[in-house]
Design a protein around this ligand. Structure first.
Ligand code: NAD
Length: 502
């Protein structure tokens, strides 16, 4: 008889919050890490964060492991990553439940998206590890044969945010280790648990100790100890634009990979299927309670379709169910923390005070946990905070436009450039929007889906570098040109420049 799993709301974490050199290690820092269940407003775990010495131990473990991991064949690394994917599949339910517990996410989201997507990423990189491509070796000068080597960079120090803790850990760890690097990852201090389970699973599957290390704690303490460590060769960061840019400035000379904030436009032309656009707008603004860097945040709708779109979107928002993450009927979980709930509420309040109309939502429901009602706003100014800045909550602002030129201009009118969508049945408009919207991803007639094979990265203040896909794998390598003289001459042809043309 199989026993039923512990209810998400009762899961208890009694283990340490660091995974260093293949072992769980209790933090010895002075500050504490508190993980709360945002759906219930209860404490899940409260322990000391990692000390600077423990960050150092993790980096040194990664350096030691690099010596052997980087010399393994791609096939050997790939086999271990396939074994890892199998282990994760066996523990998928545990991972999904813990992701729900620490984030408040509906279990249907963590099961079908966070965990399933992360396992697919592992399988993808297990294959991609064996498939580096490059320019063919050849005589690009008559006297030399040139070839390209792609080599791992060394120890990667990585920092992740709290919105998709497991997936963000996967996006950072997988391309790095598939390319032969080793890594120390600091998850967000409020959501470390699934990153620890992910690393533990890798170890159980046979990935050697020290290849993947997790240290938990605050950004200014544990984060800076990691990014500033002399033995960290590359810093890969996902999080807000402000923190990412400050980290990049603090590590001159190190390779950086920055996945930063977003404020995705959602452009609905007058020929669009308005029912599809409204369905898409609700799903893409409410996904993960809007705590998604690619979430639809600014809908620009042709003036002739504006009322129809707003009315239908409002109707559909009314059907979205907030509630207990474990309940299959729940569509929307809470925001990640009380502080974040306050921030979202304050931004909506300021929009209201500035004259915007709150068509739906705009308030906290009367229940425990950090919930916020799905919110639809019209009448905001293009240059207002609610249109320009990241809210990172279930908040969609709708603005009208008259011409295609204006729509593209408005879509590009924020500092960000992570993702966007255009809704049209006109192939020429679709082509123009894909070319002219400055973002790392443009969806046509959809908004949100991502896949392991395709890159995810930003333009402008949304950062540089890509997660997922073989593009990401390449970013965790150095390119080396090897040039071999094939003449055997002591006096090379080019020496005439030095030896007076003789
Ligand atoms: P954040 O920038 O506040 O924190 C991200 C991480 O950085 C956390 O682990 C934090 O502890 C750490 N940190 C903070 N200060 C640091 C410092 N000085 N040195 C080193 N580490 C430091 O972001 P957040 O609030 O956790 O996450 C939300 C943000 O992440 C949003 O802006 C969102 O758009 C962005 N995000 C981007 C992507 C993407 O792929 N582009 C994906 C997910 C989230």
């Amino acid at each position: 008889m199989t026993s039923s799993p512990t209810p998400v709301a009762d899961l208890a974490w009694n283990r340490p919050l660091n995974f260093i050199d293949g072992e769980f290690v209790a933090g010895e820092g002075t500050r504490r890490v508190e993980v709360r269940d945002p759906a219930q407003d209860t404490v899940v775990v409260d322990q000391p964060e990692a000390s600077a010495e423990q960050v150092d131990a993790a980096v040194r473990a990664a350096r030691r492991a690099y010596a052997t991991w980087s010399r393994m064949t791609p096939g050997e690394r790939s086999d271990l990553m396939h074994a890892w994917a199998r282990d994760l599949t066996e523990h998928a339910d545990e991972l999904a439940r813990w992701e729900s517990r620490q984030c408040g996410k509906p279990l249907k989201l963590t099961t079908q998206f966070d965990v399933a997507g992360s396992i697919d990423n592992v399988v993808f990189y297990a294959g991609a590890a064996r498939n580096f491509e490059g320019k063919s070796q050849g005589e690009y000068s008559p006297d030399h044969t040139s070839s390209i080597r792609r080599e791992p960079i060394g120890v990667v120090g990585s920092i992740a945010p709290w919105n998709y803790p497991l997936q963000m850990a996967a996006w950072k760890i997988l391309p790095a280790i598939a390319a032969g690097n080793t890594i120390v990852l600091k998850p967000a201090e409020i959501t470390p648990i699934t990153s620890l389970l992910f690393a533990e699973s890798a170890h159980r599957a046979g990935i050697p100790a020290g290849v993947i290390n997790i240290v938990t704690g605050g950004g200014r303490s544990v984060g800076t100890a990691l990014t500033g460590h002399d033995e960290v060769d590359m810093v890969s960061f996902t999080g807000s634009t402000a923190v990412g840019e400050s980290i990049a400035a603090s590590v001159p000379g190190k390779r950086t990979h920055l996945e930063l904030g977003g404020k995705a436009p959602f452009v609905v032309f007058d020929d669009a299927d308005i029912e599809a656009a409204a369905q898409g707008a609700v799903a893409a603004s409410c996904i993960n309670t809007g705590q998604d860097c690619t979430a639809a945040t600014r809908a620009y709708v042709h003036a002739s379709k504006f009322d129809e779109f707003v009315n239908r979107t409002a109707e559909l928002l009314d059907t979205v169910v907030l509630g207990d993450p474990e309940d299959p009927a729940t569509d929307l979980g809470p925001l990640s923390s009380q502080r974040h709930q306050e921030k979202v509420g304050e931004m909506v309040d300021r929009a209201r005070e500035a004259g915007a109309t709150i068509v739906r939502g705009g308030s906290r429901p009367d229940r425990d946990g950090y919930f916020y009602a799905p919110t639809l706003i019209t009448g905001a100014a293009q240059d207002s905070e609610i249109v320009q800045d990241e809210v990172f909550g279930p908040v969609l602002v709708v603005l009208p436009f008259e011409t295609d030129d204006e729509a593209i201009e408005l879509a590009n009118d924020t500092p960000y450039g992570l993702a966007a969508s255009a809704w049209t049945r006109d192939v020429y408009r679709a082509g123009r929007a894909s070319r002219e919207i400055a973002a790392g991803c443009v969806w046509i007639n959809d908004h949100i889906p991502i896949i392991s094979e395709m890159p995810h990265g930003g333009y402008k203040a949304s950062g540089h570098g890509n997660d997922m896909s073989t593009y990401s794998l390449e970013e965790y390598t150095n390119i080396k040109h090897v040039s071999v003289d094939i003449t055997g001459n002591a006096r090379k042809h080019w020496h005439r420049i030095i030896f007076k043309g003789e």
